[in-house]
Design a protein around this ligand. Structure first.
Ligand SMILES: Nc1ncnc2c1ncn2[C@@H]1O[C@H](COP(=O)(O)OP(=O)(O)OP(=O)(O)O)[C@@H](O)[C@H]1O
Length: 326
């Protein structure tokens, strides 16, 4: 379990200027959950990772892994506690002159695990990540996805409680991304490990996360389980999870965005739209099932003169509608 309570990190530049990188973060990820952290550049994601791995000392607040607060631990205990977090990075950084097996064995050697136990564990880990037959391959002989699999096996070597994945698939193509995310889910299912994924890709959140937090200027601006967040109306996370393509505006026409799901059936929404007549033009739409919940968004283009009436009628039919500012 990961627990951050009122976490603040303030950097002081040489000129004495203060930068509030984390501004009172509360985050609780239960054991066995996969939680995504998204946010724009500068939102505080890297600072959060550094506080979690105790590479950075928070200005105030607490970081606990499995109920153990990091603050106040001595150097030796801190080192032990750090091993409770396995790290997976965008760039895997394998030792090029060592085989896949030797790379996975490396943290076990550092932890002085006896040779026999080590060999057995490396075999198990490579099997777990689907590379049982590539133990003797060197990194240069592996694909990007295979290297990331070795990275995941290495991160799991010390039997961590938490797998912290920092942009784990940003360097991979979409098929390989899907495979790696499938592996992360599989690892969670088999080991019951808690996973935190830092990413700028919403597709990663949709594919693998149980819950998500949106970080903005060092604060958690929005958060929740995927099905709840996706079904929310008009929030930034809902828009990002169920995106509509951008499109140019037309002179004399207003743009309405409809969102629906849960109690409001697609049939009811389509009937309400049809009732507006032919002057209401559906210009984009997405309807899908996320985390078992049907969610949909439609973009309507209507003549400016008809925009208010259309909104009233759609709302009367129980549809959430917003006019998008020109
Ligand atoms: N060592 C530092 N000294 C001063 N300011 C810092 C330091 N590290 C980060 N910051 C500032 O803290 C804020 C958060 O930065 P952080 O790197 O955590 O964001 P991020 O979300 O990881 O961004 P990116 O996605 O671009 O890596 C930014 O305003 C950044 O300039």
């Amino acid at each position: 379990m990961i627990s951050l309570t009122d976490l603040r990190k303030v950097y002081r530049s040489r000129g004495g200027r203060e930068v509030v990188a984390l501004d009172g973060i509360d985050l609780h990820v239960p054991r066995g959950a996969i939680h995504g952290i998204v946010g724009e550049s500068g939102a505080g994601k890297s600072t959060l990772v550094r506080c979690l791995t105790a590479l950075e000392r928070p200005t105030s607040g607490t970081v606990s892994i499995d109920g153990v607060p990091l603050a106040g631990l001595g150097e030796r205990e801190l080192r032990r506690q750090r091993r409770r977090i396995g790290m997976v990075f965008q760039h895997v950084n394998l030792l090029e002159a060592r085989t896949a097996a030797a790379n996975v064995a490396y943290p076990l050697r550092v932890a002085r695990v006896p040779r026999e136990r080590r060999d057995e564990r490396v075999r198990e880990l490579l099997e777990l990540v689907g590379l049982g037959d590539r133990a003797d391959a060197y990194p240069a002989q592996l694909s990007g996805g295979q290297k990331q699999r070795v990275g995941i096996a290495r991160a799991l070597a010390a039997e961590p409680a938490v797998l912290l994945c920092d942009e784990p698939t940003s360097a991979l193509d979409s098929d390989t991304t899907r495979q790696i995310l499938g592996l992360i889910r599989d690892v969670r299912d088999r080991l019951g490990i808690t996973v935190l994924i830092i990413t700028h890709e919403m597709a990663v959140v949709r594919e693998v996360c149980d819950s998500v937090s949106l970080l903005d200027h060092g604060r958690v601006a929005e958060h929740g389980p995927i099905d709840v967040v996706a079904g929310d109306h008009g929030t930034r996370l809902a828009r990002a999870l169920v995106p509509l393509p951008p499109e140019p505006r037309e002179e004399g026409r207003a743009t309405l965005e409809l969102s629906f799901g849960g109690e409001v059936s697609t049939a009811r929404v389509l009937a309400a739209v049809a009732a507006l007549g032919e002057e209401a033009d559906v210009s984009a739409g997405t309807i899908e099932t996320l985390a078992g919940t049907r969610v949909g968004r439609l973009r309507l283009s209507v003549p400016v003169s008809a925009a208010l009436v259309a909104q009233r009628e759609l709302r009367a039919a129980g549809v959430h509608v917003e006019e998008v500012a020109p």
